[in-house]
Ligand binder design. Structure first.
Ligand code: DX5
Ligand code: ZN
Length: 216
């Protein structure tokens, strides 16, 4: 089991984004998480390709891009060209998820599939051997700073069981409401990667907070 931290820049200071990226570079964080929102799949609009392109120029860690958009297929190549290393799409919007995962791999990225809180793990049984990561939303997507959904812990147990049954090689990433208390529960339940936004960027010492989360 890995214990990776992927800070979400959704809660970063966009007036000083370079400073926050340099902090992540110097911290124990493993990836940088980008919450891309189109205002259709989720009731919010965040940012897109230009932000990824500019962060890529200064980032020293892999870019972990979470697409909360209704039509990801046409953007697979553009996100790769902008610097994405991991590209995660939502199960709920992909009519041909096997084809989409293949297209992400064709572009040389790792492929993730994301489940909203209401979407059951068993729906992944015929794609689990094709993806590199499963992202379980522990809040309803669209906003940072929301309350952790406890059922996520049971979902991790079910997902780990599916991964073991299928002999798959898949990371489990969790996104939403992550702090020291939920982070410990999540790592103990078997999560590999924790996404945290407000807990890190709202802290007085974000770098220390990342260290504490990684070692919780
Ligand atoms: C929701 C976003 C958030 C964000 C993390 O759509 O995906 O989950 O990454 O937000 P916090 O850590 O502030 O709950
Ligand atoms: Zn996210």
């Amino acid at each position: 089991m890995s214990r990776l931290i992927s800070p979400s820049i959704l809660s970063a200071d966009f007036n000083n984004l370079g400073k926050d990226i340099r902090m992540i570079n110097e911290s124990e964080a493993d990836w940088i998480h980008f919450d891309v929102m189109d205002g259709v799949f989720v009731p919010n609009i965040s940012f897109g390709l230009p932000v990824i392109q500019h962060v890529k120029k200064v980032a020293t860690k892999p870019l972990d891009v979470h697409l909360m958009i209704v039509n990801p297929d046409p953007f697979i190549k553009p996100f790769r060209e902008s610097g994405a290393d991991i590209l995660t799409v939502h199960y709920e919007v992909c009519k041909h998820l096997h084809r989409t995962v293949g297209a992400i791999h064709e572009e040389g990225m790792r492929a993730g599939v994301c489940l909203n809180p209401h979407t059951p793990v068993h729906l992944l049984e015929d794609i689990i051997n094709d993806v590199d990561m499963v992202l379980l939303m522990s809040v309803n997507p669209g906003f940072g700073g929301q309350k952790f959904i406890q059922n996520t812990l049971q979902k991790i147990v079910r997902l780990k069981r599916l991964i073991e049954e299928k002999g798959a090689n898949v990371l489990i990433e969790i996104d939403g409401g992550v702090n020291l208390e939920t982070g410990k529960l999540l790592f103990d339940a078997g999560a590999d990667v924790l996404v945290a936004g407000s807990f890190i960027f709202g802290a007085t010492d974000p770098m220390l907070t990342i260290h504490q989360l990684k070692n919780v």
